[in-house]
Design a protein around this ligand. Structure first.
Ligand SMILES: *Cc1c(COP(=O)(O)O)cnc(C)c1O
Length: 451
């Protein structure tokens, strides 16, 4: 299962026209490689669903899936918006030149400082999540003597089929105003009575890695029922309906082959149907894909190191990364596919069933519990596929292993977009104790370590 521009050329895995062994040699391993053409293709395909139907829309990339300066530049080239969920993401997106008008601010516990930063930056929409936030936002707007456009997030009370930790639309969730208990309506009333808050529409996000349209369709049905009720009760008309993200991608051959765009097409048809049936003034449809734009475009390359054979039990193969660059297998039981980087005769002869583990000091540092692959020897490179979402963005420097480098490839060109962390980076935030320790021969504090 090879995605986008990934293929084998002269028995070398090649992405965006650049041989992976060359990239591994140039930038080291572990290495994240992103196929830029595939990301552009996904972004354009989402837009096309709406342009074909002449629907006013906005495609807003969810920064948390993977963001970097280069990623924000790519979004600008393709005229996508982005969401941010923290002051840090806001800072990074603005620093990379994103137009604040094309941005949204999400989150269930935005601080007053974060809200102030977003408002003063001129952020397009704040997606209000809870009553405390309405109060904070009103304070901020009064202090700043300004107004702010918002959407408000409801928990529509639907359960999509995915991992519990990535479910977000059910009633028992920390996100959004609960519909069933009337909190959503109460929130609407408060927002309508907040003179500095300009409410533009509604938002839901039901979860992540979802393949079936049913969850979205149910949420849309509930949303349009509410909107119709609120239109007659309060004279409120939503100009924007934001249906969030969560469109599923393929990690392994077992995943549903429906593409995010096929799913989106089905959801969009339902959206239009509700608008027509309820005679609701056609709102803009906004979506927030994260994973579906970057996941399949990302490949992690590791170098094989040690191995351990336990007779009658299993063969372990360890690679030079692991849970520090990809926590998803440990956190969500996520599974991935691996392919060899170089095809040799020796590889073809002896497939092995192995467990692939990382180099971190945790038994749970397993990248793949069981997979059958051509024989691998120390020094060989292997590629883990579909790692573009929630890989680097969740990376840590646990065990003081530096976070990997990230490279973008397109049309035979490679661009380093995040450099590999150095050992010096790892201690950059450390502050030594005052002098006593240093008088005994500068214990632990020296800047001439060379490794
Ligand atoms: C995480 C998130 C998304 C993106 O989800 P994906 O599964 O990456 O598409 C979109 N909207 C909100 C509010 C989110 O929290």
């Amino acid at each position: 299962m090879l995605f986008g521009t990934t293929n084998y050329v002269n028995d070398h895995l090649t992405i965006g026209g650049v041989p992976v062994p060359y990239l591994a040699e140039k930038y080291g391993t572990p290495l994240f490689i992103y196929d830029v053409a595939l990301m552009r293709q996904q972004m354009r395909a989402f837009k096309e669903v709406f342009t074909k139907r002449k629907l006013a829309h906005r495609v807003i990339y969810a920064s948390k899936a993977f963001c970097s300066t280069a990623m924000y530049q790519l979004l600008q080239q393709e005229q996508l918006g982005c969401d941010v969920v923290s002051g840090g993401e806001l800072y990074a997106a603005l620093a990379a030149g994103m137009d604040p008008a094309m941005m949204e601010f999400h989150g269930n516990n935005k601080s007053k400082a974060e809200l102030t930063a977003a408002v003063t930056a001129g952020i397009g929409k704040i997606v209000v999540d809870n009553f405390h936030e309405i109060e904070l936002l009103n304070q901020v707007l009064a202090e700043q003597q300004t107004t702010q456009e918002v959407l408000f997030r409801i928990a529509p009370g639907v359960t999509a089929e995915t991992h519990d930790y990535i479910l977000t639309g059910q009633q028992d969730s920390k996100f959004g105003f609960d519909v069933a208990s009337g909190q959503a309506e109460e929130a609407l009333v408060q927002l309508l009575h907040s003179p500095r808050i300009k409410i533009q529409g509604i938002h839901f996000h039901i979860g992540s890695q979802i393949f079936a349209a049913t969850g979205y369709e149910k949420a849309l049905e509930r949303t349009f029922n509410l909107l119709t009720k609120w239109r007659s009760k309060f004279g409120f008309t939503a100009r924007i309906v934001n249906i969030g993200g969560g469109f599923g991608v393929r990690y392994t051959e077992n995943d549903n082959p429906n593409t995010p765009v096929q799913l989106m097409t089905q959801i969009t048809d339902t959206f239009v149907q509700h608008v027509q049936e309820q005679h609701y003034p056609l709102p803009e449809i906004w979506i927030e894909p994260g994973r579906s734009i970057v996941a399949e475009a990302g490949t992690t390359v590791y170098q094989v190191g040690s191995s351990k054979h336990i007779p009658g039990i299993r063969q372990y193969i360890s690679v030079d990364g692991g849970m520090g660059d990809n926590i998803r297998p440990a956190l969500y039981d996520a599974t991935y596919n691996f392919v060899p980087v170089e095809l040799t005769n020796e590889h073809n002869l002896a497939p092995q069933t192995i467990r692939i583990t990382g180099k971190y000091c945790e038994s749970g540092d397993i990248l793949q519990k069981s997979i059958t692959l051509p024989h691998l020897a120390p020094g060989d490179l292997i590629a883990m596929q579909s790692t573009g979402a929630y890989g680097y963005s969740m990376a840590s420097s646990y065990n003081n292993n530096p976070r990997p480098a990230v490279v973008f490839v397109e049309d035979g060109q490679d661009h380093l977009v995040i450099r590999r962390e150095t050992y010096a980076d790892l201690t950059r935030l450390n502050i030594p104790l005052p002098n006593e320790t240093q008088s005994q021969g500068k214990v632990g504090v020296t800047d001439n370590v060379r490794i």
